[in-house]
Design a protein around this ligand. Structure first.
Ligand code: PEP
Ligand code: MN
Length: 355
């Protein structure tokens, strides 16, 4: 990865070398011992990731799909750690998972999107972690509820967990989108603002849901100043037992990471300041627009249009048409699309005559 960035981060498992984002990679699910070890070896030999991930317990939306190998897979992760020296991570969804993962020396636990959505489950996990110094990552909840995400982090912090991080994996929404999950980048930025001390990683695999968008999503996350990426990688992606469409081989992942670049913090800071200034200006213009619209509605109300004689109704409508005509002329000189001005005023006029 090309880089100029200095990460601000602490001496935690979540800190990567200065200048490079933290990379977590590995299969969606641990399937067999051979698949887990072979993927890890190929990731390690290319020096792609700091942390190796694999789901041991898989929360599936529908029953009768592969629900993970369970406890047995923890031993395979232990072998990955011994053999490659990479840190290992897996998902936990309840107190039993926590106890088993800790017993096998798993370094990083993450709470998935189907669990972070439920305060009872998060509290159960937080209680079971009290007194440990394990690293915990919290994925955003499935639905775009910012407070739930923050709340999950707070529950863990209150249980005394110090090494915390968050993962942005997109949100399930009812709008038709290009991705499996809507990114809602603004919520990721809000997270950084609200909890600047907590490292925020992006999971482009679960946002995208397919391979061809992983690079663009990863670059976007880095451009927004995220601290790292969690990406699914499998030795034979098409044959993966879960999330086959979004997984890539360690070799493809390595090539992709080399093509990403980090923008300097300085650039990001300037961009953030500009964004803040302009967002404020846009918001105050929106308020002005609102005031003008409400003023216009009041003045139009005084006209008592429906009680006017037909002659005056026609005259008024003609006047509006002329005024709109001159605005459309003006739109051309201001570089605004005619159709835009036309449709905005069509709405304004339609509303006035309706009310
Ligand atoms: C996963 O990381 O494999 C997973 C199940 O993710 P999420 O909780 O984001 O759906
Ligand atoms: Mn997955």
């Amino acid at each position: 990865m090309k880089s100029e960035q200095t990460t601000s981060n602490k001496s935690s498992l979540l800190s990567s070398e200065p200048g490079s984002p933290l990379i977590i990679a590995g299969p969606c699910s641990a399937e067999t011992e051979e698949q887990v070890l072979e993927t890890a070896r190929r990731i390690k030999s290319r020096n792609i990731a700091h942390v190796y991930r694999a789901g041991i317990w898989k929360p599936r939306t529908r029953p009768n799909s592969f629900e993970g190998v369970g406890k047995e897979g923890l031993g395979w992760l232990q072998k990955v750690k011994q053999e490659t020296g990479m840190l290992v991570a897996t998902e936990v969804a309840n107190a039993r998972h926590v106890a088993e993962a800790l017993a096998y020396g798993i370094d990083i636990l993450w709470i998935g999107a189907r669990t972070s959505v439920n305060p009872f489950s998060v509290q159960e996990i937080a209680d079971s972690l009290a007194g440990t110094n394990v690293t915990v990552l919290v994925k955003n909840p499935i639905n775009p509820d910012f407070a739930l995400w923050i709340g999950a982090i707070e529950r863990l912090a209150q249980a005394g967990i110090k090494d915390l991080g968050a993962i942005h994996r997109g949100f399930s929404t009812d709008t038709t989108i290009a991705y499996r999950n809507t990114p809602k980048w603004n919520l990721a930025l809000n997270f950084k603002k609200e909890m600047p001390e907590i490292p925020l990683l992006c999971d482009p695999s679960h946002i995208g849901g397919r391979r061809d968008v992983l690079k663009q999503l990863s670059q976007k996350a880095l451009d927004l100043g995220m601290d790292g990426l969690m990406i699914e990688s499998h030795i034979d992606p098409d044959k993966a037992w879960s999330d086959a469409k979004q997984q890539i081989t360690p070799e493809v992942l390595g090539d992709m990471l080399h093509q990403l670049y980090m923008r300097e913090r300085k650039d990001l800071k300037e961009e953030q300041e500009l964004l803040d200034d302009l967002s404020q200006e846009i918001s105050s213009l929106d308020h002005e627009l609102f005031n003008l619209l409400s003023q216009r509605a009041r003045v139009f109300g005084k006209l008592g249009f429906s009680n006017l004689s037909d002659t005056h109704k026609t005259a008024h409508t003609q006047q509006l048409q002329e005024s709109l005509g001159s605005l459309i002329q003006k739109a051309k000189t201001e570089g605004l699309e005619e159709s835009y001005i036309q449709s905005v005023f069509a709405q304004v006029h339609a509303y006035a005559s309706r009310v």
